[in-house]
Write a protein that binds this ligand. Structure first.
Ligand code: ADP
Ligand code: 5GP
Length: 231
């Protein structure tokens, strides 16, 4: 695609939706891809806003017809990004953001190596467990078994962090939002070849600090808390 493709992945409960919602209010010219899923709508979700809710039969037809850029099974449900999302964003001259899991991100990177990938990490397992419990409580039901399953899956997903260009640790929300917005701006500035003024240089510096290759020291305590330091 002619615009920039941003991929965001994170273990469930890390705060990805919270960050992406804030990014929506800050970044113009950025389209948010609406995925297809076979899972049922949750809470106040609406068809066409959070997802396109699809039957398994229709989803499988779309896979067979080659209509997905990527697709994967997550927590027993099927999810996919329609190729259409890309062509629509292209036609409108917009950048596109995909909120997809690590399996889908790997498929997209393979097809579109220019994509910018961002992985969001929770600061530690106990913080993640608290966020998952709080969110479940707000939705009206806390199931410890589900929390346990999500924590185990989080650890597996975090193991894939090296496949991402940028890493955010969602500890202090405002800082993580600033970093996410800086990554978007910095990639735009870099690719446009525009002059770098003081403000642009500040944003580029914030983004550079989030590059995976510059994040080893910052990530050490997080990885240690998940028991992943030597993997
Ligand atoms: P995800 O989309 O990654 O599953 P959510 O955005 O739903 O996660 O966030 C999970 C819970 O954590 C929500 O209740 C949200 O309000 C809270 N949360 C998100 N980011 C932070 C943060 N930096 N500090 C404290 N709580 C947060
Ligand atoms: P949820 O059901 O909680 O909204 O999302 C569960 C997981 O599915 C999240 O990790 C989310 O990023 C991922 N996901 C959502 N849409 C897609 C998609 O189109 N493709 C892939 N591979 N994963 C997706």
């Amino acid at each position: 695609m002619a615009g920039i493709l941003f991929i965001i992945s994170a273990p469930s409960g890390s705060g990805k939706s919270t960050l992406v919602n804030q990014l929506r209010t800050l970044a113009s010219g950025l389209e948010f891809s609406v995925s297809h899923t076979t899972r049922a709508p949750r809470g106040s979700e609406e068809e066409g806003r959070e997802y396109h809710y699809t039957t398994r039969e229709e989803f499988e037809r779309m896979v067979a017809a080659g209509e997905f850029l990527e697709n994967a099974e997550v927590f027993g449900n099927l999810y996919g990004t329609a190729c259409r999302s890309l062509s629509d964003a292209d036609r409108e001259g917009k950048d596109l953001l995909l909120d997809i899991d690590v399996q889908g991100a790997a498929q997209v990177r393979e097809k579109l190596p220019d994509a910018v990938s961002i992985f969001i990490m929770p600061p530690a397992p106990d913080v993640l467990a608290t966020r998952l419990r709080n969110r479940s409580r707000a939705e009206g039901h806390v199931e410890e078994k589900v929390i346990e399953r999500r924590l185990a899956k989080a650890r597996q997903e975090i193991e894939n962090y090296r496949q991402y260009g940028y890493i955010l640790v969602n500890d202090i929300l405002d800082r993580a939002v600033e970093q996410l917005a800086a990554i978007v701006s910095s990639e735009r500035i870099r690719r446009s070849g525009a002059m770098v003024d003081t403000e642009a240089a500040r944003l580029i510096a914030i983004a550079e600090a989030c590059r995976q290759r510059n994040s080893i020291e910052r990530l050490r305590p997080v990885l240690a808390s998940f028991g992943l330091l030597n993997t």
